[in-house]
Design a protein around this ligand. Structure first.
Ligand code: HEC
Length: 102
């Protein structure tokens, strides 16, 4: 009986832990960037200054410039998902460099 009770308690704790992991992603406060290591100075600077919101703004501005040379570009050229981890497509870094990104 004692074993059953502790199994139940452990089970409940595990469930609580699983739920809180799901509902509190890394960027729960909407500020920090998901990345902590950066390939680009632009993103690193923006993330350090203003977190993910600043990174989004920096990318929007960069994209507006890059579109003058290649109108077909979009966030989706380089990101398979737009949030919360912004995973990169294989073209992301080469495309960024091709358009003069640093
Ligand atoms: C030319 C490719 C390219 C385009 C277009 C692009 N991104 Fe990115 N983005 C990247 C790369 C590469 C990184 C990772 C940079 C690094 O590691 O320093 C990144 C990182 C980010 C991050 C940081 C995510 C984090 O928290 O770690 C955000 C936010 C972001 N991009 C938003 C956007 C948005 C919004 C757009 C469209 C307006 C966009 N990006 C368009 C290539 C691109």
């Amino acid at each position: 009986m004692k074993k059953l009770v502790s199994t139940l308690i452990l089970g409940a704790l595990a469930t609580v832990a699983a739920i809180s992991l799901q509902t509190s992603p890394v960027n729960a406060d909407g500020t920090a960037c998901f990345r902590t290591k950066f390939e680009t100075k632009m993103t690193e600077d923006a993330c350090k200054k203003g977190g993910q919101e600043a990174a989004k703004t920096a990318w929007k501005e960069w994209l507006a410039e890059a579109k003058k040379a290649d109108a077909g570009l979009s966030c989706k050229t380089c990101h398979s998902k737009l949030g919360p981890e912004f995973p990169l497509t294989p073209e992301a870094l080469p495309t960024f460099k091709k358009h003069g990104g640093k």
